[in-house]
Structure formats: structure tokens, C-alpha cells
Write a protein that binds this ligand. Structure first.
Ligand code: G3H
Ligand code: 13P
Ligand code: ZN
Length: 321
């Protein structure tokens, strides 16, 4: 058993309490490799932002779970070396079984998501409750989900959005004992969240407000919150890529969400786009470049810039470490 406290990590409880009362959101950035984690740590240390670094089931399989744990330990030490000891939580994103959550808790994660959102309500309650009972023994925090986002989450996919039913949230939170709740208000995973030409995308703030009214001050999580930065999409397409009609959540709506009970905002796709844009550009401009450092360094630099911008002017987490 490796306890996250021995790695210098923190759970999300105090982060969320401060974010809900302070009207900002903690950034949750996905990572799969060293360069992404370096960028997250550098950007968050330089903006003095608390951060959740999150690992999907796919990322865990891709990178090797043991290596990931040591990377997270490295992230804590790296921020210390930079003279900026920011709070870092290591979180399992979209855990799909009790066994996976247990394995992560036993291997140094400080927070897990059990995503039973695709299950019938009572089954979701049952599964989430089991995970909470185990996690809380080790002071690990748990995120549950009600409502299904359109798009793909690992192997689970849905064609359409199933909005969270506000009338279920109170009962779910009470019965399961979860520490935070992801809700579905019109965001989706990936780069194709909205159709072009259909006007400015609108999240269902009415649902969010009704959820807040029923469970005041309870930490709410927003998945699928990339803005799908158009400059990156254009750069990718200019240098040989093919990403058509990609649209994300307008920053203004994320700012509004962050000022509310939404205290965790998940961003993965924007980081993928940022890195891919700079890698494509570097390789296209210098076809003789075959040194990964020489195309990954500009990708990492871009990711640092992007994260600093999000922390500072969208989520409001800068300076809150
Ligand atoms: O919610 C999904 C995240 O963006 C992780 O994606 O399962 O491809 O690692 P992934
Ligand atoms: P994006 O695909 O919008 O970045 O969402 C990521 C996410 O929700 C990870 O859980
Ligand atoms: Zn997600």
C-alpha cells in the first residue's frame, strides 16, 4: 500500500472548500506523459495555482501505473525545487469499476472518480457508495457523476446528452457520501462539442442553478470543458492535419461556471490540440528534425502558456495555492 500522503500529495477536500467559497475553480488537467506533467507543474507553480493532475484508465494503461506514481512524486518535488510548494492532487479520471478505484487508492492516488453515470440510478448509488466506503478509510476523496455527457469516455459513449436531473442530486449525495459531483449541463468530451452555424453554444445554467439550490455549497465538477482553441485547430490544419468543424465551450461560460458552485474544471482536449499544433509546425518547418526533444520542447512551451492563461483568465485559480 502506497499512501498518497507519503508522496506529498493532497486530497481535494480543502481545495474544493476554498474554491467554492472563493468563487473560482481548480483546474484538472489530464496527463499521459512526462512533457504534459512538466508543463502542468511549471505553469501551475508559476501562477501559484492548486492543481489536480488526472489520469484516465487509458492513460494508466498507456504510461504504466508504477511509472505514473513516480512521475506524480516527481511533480511534487519539482514544484518544491521551483520554490513553489503548490497543492497537487493525483486523481483517477472516469474510474469504471470498484477494483480500479481500489487499485489506484492502493497506489498513491489521493482522489478517484467512480463514474457510474451510465448505470441505472440505484446501481450508480450502490457502486459509488462502495467506492466511498473504501476511499474514506484512507482519506481519499471521491467524485461521482449523475447525467451522461455526449461523446466518448474511454469505452463508454453516448450519442446524446442526458442532462443531470436536479431532483436526484440530494438523494445521491446523501446516500453515497461522495465529496464532489460531476453533472451534465451540455458539455461533452473531445474536440467536437457543438455544431458550427448553430449560434453561440449555451450550457444549461438553469440546471446548474437548480442543483446549487438543492445542495448549496456542494462541490460540482464540469467535465468536457475544453474551449477547443481555434488558433490550435487552424495551425494543425495548416500543417497537414485534418480537424474539421471543431468547437468547444466559450471561455465566458467557463468563467461563469467557475464563479458558481463548479469548483473543478476538466481540461484534456485543449492540451492535446496545443501540443499537436506545435509538433506539426516544428516538423513541417524542419523536415530534417528527428529529435523528439526538438519537437516536444515547443509543444511543452505552448502547453505551459495555455495552462497559465486558463488559470489566470478563465478559472481564476492563479494565486490561490
Ligand atoms: O474524459 C476523457 C479524458 O479526456 C481522457 O481521455 O480516455 O482518451 O485518456 P482518454
Ligand atoms: P475535454 O475533452 O473537453 O478536454 O474534457 C476532458 C474531461 O472531461 C476529462 O475527464
Ligand atoms: Zn471527463
Amino acid at each position: 500500500m502506497v499512501n498518497y500522503k507519503d508522496l506529498g500529495l493532497v486530497n481535494t477536500r480543502e481545495m474544493f472548500r476554498a474554491a467554492v467559497s472563493g468563487g473560482y475553480a481548480i483546474p484538472a488537467y489530464n496527463f499521459n506523459n512526462m512533457e504534459q506533467l512538466q508543463a502542468i507543474v511549471i505553469a501551475c507553480a508559476q501562477t501559484r495555482s492548486p492543481v489536480i493532475v488526472q489520469v484516465s484508465k487509458g492513460a494508466r494503461e498507456y504510461a504504466n501505473e508504477t511509472l505514473l506514481r513516480y512521475l506524480a512524486l516527481g511533480a511534487v518535488k519539482m514544484s518544491e525545487d521551483m520554490g513553489e510548494r503548490i497543492p497537487i492532487a493525483l486523481h483517477l479520471d472516469h474510474g469504471d469499476s470498484y477494483e480500479l478505484c481500489v487499485s489506484c487508492i492502493e497506489n498513491g492516488f489521493s482522489s478517484v472518480m467512480i463514474d457510474g453515470s451510465h448505470l441505472p440510478y440505484e446501481k450508480n448509488v450502490e457502486l459509488t457508495t462502495r467506492v466511498v466506503e473504501y476511499a474514506h478509510r484512507y482519506d481519499v476523496t471521491v467524485e461521482g457523476e449523475l447525467g451522461v455527457l455526449a461523446g466518448i469516455e474511454d469505452e463508454v459513449s453516448s450519442e446524446v446528452t442526458h442532462y443531470t436531473k436536479p431532483e436526484e442530486v440530494e438523494d445521491f449525495v446523501k446516500k453515497t457520501g461522495v465529496d464532489s459531483l460531476a453533472i451534465s449541463i451540455g458539455t461533452s468530451h473531445g474536440a467536437y462539442k457543438f455544431k458550427p452555424g448553430a449560434g453561440v453554444p449555451e450550457l444549461r445554467f438553469d440546471i446548474l442553478e437548480e442543483v446549487e439550490r438543492r445542495i448549496p455549497g456542494f462541490p460540482i465538477v464540469l467535465h468536457g470543458a475544453s474551449s477547443v482553441v481555434q488558433e490550435y485547430v487552424e495551425t494543425i490544419n495548416r500543417y497537414g492535419g485534418k480537424i474539421e468543424d471543431a468547437l468547444g465551450v466559450p471561455e465566458e461560460q467557463l468563467r461563469r461556471a467557475a464563479a458558481s458552485a463548479v469548483c473543478k474544471i476538466n481540461i484534456d482536449s485543449d492540451g492535446r490540440l496545443a501540443m499537436t499544433a506545435r509538433i506539426r509546425e516544428a516538423l513541417a518547418k524542419d523536415p530534417s528534425n528527428f529529435d523528439p526533444r526538438k519537437y516536444l520542447a515547443p509543444a511543452r512551451t505552448e502547453l505551459i502558456k495555455m495552462i497559465k492563461q486558463k488559470n489566470t483568465s478563465v478559472l481564476g485559480s492563479s494565486g490561490k495555492a
